[in-house]
Design a protein around this ligand. Structure first.
Ligand SMILES: [Zn+2]
Length: 369
C-alpha cells in the first residue's frame, strides 16, 4: 500500500501533467498547420513535374535539384519549422513557469507528509523559496541553452530529410499517396522530438525547483527518495531505482519522457530535538514491489528474454539500472540490455528459447484451427 506521501507525489505530478497535456495538444495542432503548408509546397513541386512531363521534357532525378528547386523547398520547410519552434518555446516556457511556481507548494506538502504521524500542532519548519530564486530554470534546457535554440535545432534536419525523401520518391517514381505518406513520417519525427523536449524540460524544471526547495531546508531534510510510477509502462531501470535513498547533492536524472519523482526524506524528529517515536513513512524498495507484480506484468517490463533470465535468477532487477551519458540530456538512467548483463552467449540462449517457444505456440495454434 503506497503511503500518503507517495500518493501526494503522484497527485501533484498528475496536476502538472494535466497542464502539459493541454499544451501538447496545442503543439500538435500548430505542427499540423505547418505540415499542411509544407505538403502544399511539396505538392507544388510534384505538380511542376507532371506539367514538365506533359510538355515532353525528360525528368531525371537531377531535375529536382536543378534551378534551386530542392534548396528553395528545404528553406521553406525550415522556415515553417522555425515558426513552430517559436511557438513551442513560448508554450514550454509557460509550462516551466507554472511548474516552478507549483513546486514550492508541492515541496512543502510533501515535507509535511514525510514527517509522518505526529502529535497535532507539531509542524515541520519549512521555508518555500521565492520564485525569483528559480527564474534561471524558466526558458532554459538541461544544458543551460535557451529553449528556443533547442527547438530550432529540429528544423534543419527535418527539412533536409523531407526534401531528400521527395527527391528519392521522384527518382523511384512513387505515386503521390505513397510519397505523401513518406513525407508525413519524416515531418512527424520533428513533432515527436518537440513533444519530448517540452515534456522533459517541464518536468526537469519542476524537479529542480523542488530540489532547490529541499536544499534550502537542509536543516530538516536529510535527502530524498526515488519514486517511480510502478506500472508495466515503467522501464526496469526506474523500477529498480524506486525506493532508493539519495543525498541532497545528488539529482534524480531518469531519462527523456521519464516519470519519476524525488520525495523528501526528513531527519528523524529526535534529530530535530523533539522526543517522539519515529513514524516517518517508508517506501517499499522497487525490487521487492516488483516481485509481487503478476508474471505478465514482469514480462512486459523486462521483455521476454530478460524475464526468463530474471526467473532463472541469472539477473536481478537492481542490475538493470545503468547510467549513461548523452550530450543532449546529460547523465541519464537507462535499462541495461540483457546482453550487457549476462554476456552475448547467455543472452542469445534466452532469446533463442523465446523464439522457440513462440514457434511451438504458432504450430500448436495451426494444429488447433
Ligand atoms: Zn525508466
Amino acid at each position: 500500500m503506497p503511503s500518503a506521501l507517495e500518493l501526494a507525489a503522484a497527485r501533484f505530478r498528475r496536476e502538472l501533467l494535466t497542464n502539459e497535456r493541454a499544451a501538447a495538444s496545442d503543439m500538435v495542432r500548430v505542427y499540423g498547420e505547418a505540415w499542411r503548408r509544407t505538403s502544399q509546397r511539396t505538392a507544388d513541386v510534384q505538380a511542376q513535374i507532371r506539367t514538365a512531363r506533359l510538355t515532353g521534357q525528360s525528368i531525371s532525378p537531377a531535375w529536382f535539384y536543378q534551378q534551386d528547386r530542392a534548396e528553395t523547398l528545404q528553406a521553406q520547410i525550415e522556415a515553417e519549422l522555425r515558426r513552430f519552434a517559436a511557438y513551442a518555446e513560448e508554450s514550454t516556457t509557460a509550462l516551466q513557469r507554472q511548474a516552478v511556481t507549483a513546486a514550492g507548494g508541492h515541496a512543502a506538502g510533501l515535507v509535511d507528509l514525510a514527517a509522518g504521524v505526529r502529535p497535532a500542532g507539531l509542524e515541520v519548519p519549512f521555508d518555500v523559496l521565492p520564485t525569483a530564486a528559480l527564474q534561471d530554470l524558466v526558458g532554459f534546457a538541461a544544458d543551460g541553452s535557451p529553449l528556443r535554440d533547442v527547438f530550432e535545432q529540429i528544423a534543419p534536419g527535418v527539412a533536409q530529410r523531407v526534401t531528400d525523401t521527395l527527391g528519392v520518391s521522384l527518382a523511384a517514381g512513387l505515386g503521390p499517396r505513397e510519397t505523401a505518406r513518406l513525407l508525413r513520417r519524416q515531418f512527424g519525427a520533428g513533432l515527436a522530438r518537440a513533444l519530448t523536449i517540452s515534456r522533459t524540460e517541464t518536468l526537469r524544471a519542476y524537479r529542480e525547483a523542488m530540489h532547490r526547495n529541499y536544499e534550502a531546508n537542509d536543516d530538516v531534510i536529510d535527502g530524498w527518495v526515488w519514486l517511480a510510477k510502478l506500472d508495466t509502462r515503467t522501464c526496469a531501470a526506474c523500477w529498480a531505482m524506486h525506493g532508493s535513498e539519495h543525498s541532497l547533492d545528488e539529482r534524480l536524472n531518469d531519462h527523456p519522457n521519464g516519470r519519476c519523482t524525488a520525495v523528501p526524506k526528513l531527519k528523524p524528529w529526535r534529530a530535530l530535538g523533539v522526543d517522539i517515536p519515529d513514524r516517518r513513512p517508508v517506501v517499499e524498495p522497487g525490487p521487492t514491489a516488483f516481485e509481487r507484480l503478476p508474471d505478465k506484468g514482469q514480462e512486459r517490463v523486462l521483455g521476454k528474454a530478460a524475464y526468463a533470465a530474471y526467473q532463472d535468477g541469472a539477473v536481478t532487477l537492481e542490475q538493470f539500472a545503468r547510467r549513461r551519458h548523452s550530450d543532449a540530456w546529460g547523465d541519464t538512467l537507462q535499462a541495461a540490455s540483457l546482453e550487457a548483463l549476462v554476456g552475448r552467449e547467455l543472452a542469445q540462449k534466452y532469446i533463442r528459447a523465446v523464439h522457440e517457444a513462440l514457434r511451438r505456440r504458432k504450430l500448436a495454434d495451426a494444429v488447433d484451427s
